[in-house]
Design a protein around this ligand. Structure first.
Ligand code: SAM
Length: 230
């Protein structure tokens, strides 16, 4: 299967294993991962965030209920929300999540945004689990069409050491553990790592500050562009 499907499949397996109720996908783009996750019965709240309203608007109709959802309503309540905003800014509506996914997002961030990202996602949102994927530059020479980066909008592409150093230091700062894996196996006998590298971060402690308490004094900065309740 294509690489993006392997990435989504990886997330789906994690969801099936850990059964999060509230999941947010940061840099959700065309909402394909959200669309897949809406079929996971454990999930009661799905939120997608992207800086580009246009990219979400093109395909967000996919997230609307189908006639069958009304004809055979399920027991669980599911709310799907799309938000326009940046991962460099804190918004109280991102508090209280069990899982946050950032699939092929960080390499699109400007240096200033990447600097703020850990404090927003790990420090502020502080979900139980965070999954971050990014290209592994060591794999690039196996991709014939790649010159500098795999995509013109990429601000950087890291090798395994660069990604792991960044991830380990962020995890230590915000009291998470991190484990590394990936999708896209290298050809037999080549030690270049996975095509897509993935870090799975798990928060060490239970939250000690209740999300509701923040909400009183944090201003909303994200814009809701879509909301549907199943
Ligand atoms: N996650 C999607 C997937 O797996 O198919 C694709 C992600 S796409 C390669 C990167 C996305 O990040 C784009 O849709 C872009 O608009 C979004 N993005 C870039 N900078 C952002 C920021 N500061 N905050 C939120 N989203 C951002």
């Amino acid at each position: 299967p294509p690489l993006y499907k392997q990435r989504y499949h990886f997330i789906k397996q994690l969801v099936d294993k850990h059964k999060p109720k509230k999941v947010a996908d940061l840099g959700c783009a065309d909402c394909r991962l959200l669309w897949m996750l809406k079929f996971c019965n454990c999930i009661e709240e799905l939120v997608g965030l992207d800086i580009s309203e246009e990219v979400m608007k093109e395909t967000m109709y996919m997230l609307s209920p189908l006639p069958s959802d009304y004809l055979q309503p399920s027991e669980r309540q599911l709310t799907v929300t799309l938000l326009q905003g940046s991962v460099a800014h804190k918004d109280p509506c991102m508090l209280g999540f069990d899982m946050v996914t950032c699939i092929e997002l960080i390499e699109h961030l400007e240096a200033k945004e990447l600097e703020k990202f850990p404090e927003v996602v790990f420090g502020f949102m502080s979900p139980a689990m965070i999954v971050i994927s990014t290209p592994n530059s060591e794999f690039n020479y196996l991709l014939p069409t790649v010159s500098l980066f795999r995509h013109p909008d990429h601000k950087f592409e890291w090798n395994r050491t660069q990604f792991q150093n960044w991830a380990v230091s962020v995890a230590a700062r915000y009291d998470y553990t991190v484990e590394f894996t990936g999708v896209g196996e290298p050809p037999h006998g080549k030690d270049v790592g996975f095509c897509t590298q993935i870090g799975v971060f798990v928060r060490k402690k239970l939250r000690n500050v209740e999300p509701e308490r923040f909400e009183e004094y944090q201003r909303r900065v994200y814009k809701t562009i879509f909301k549907v309740i199943y």
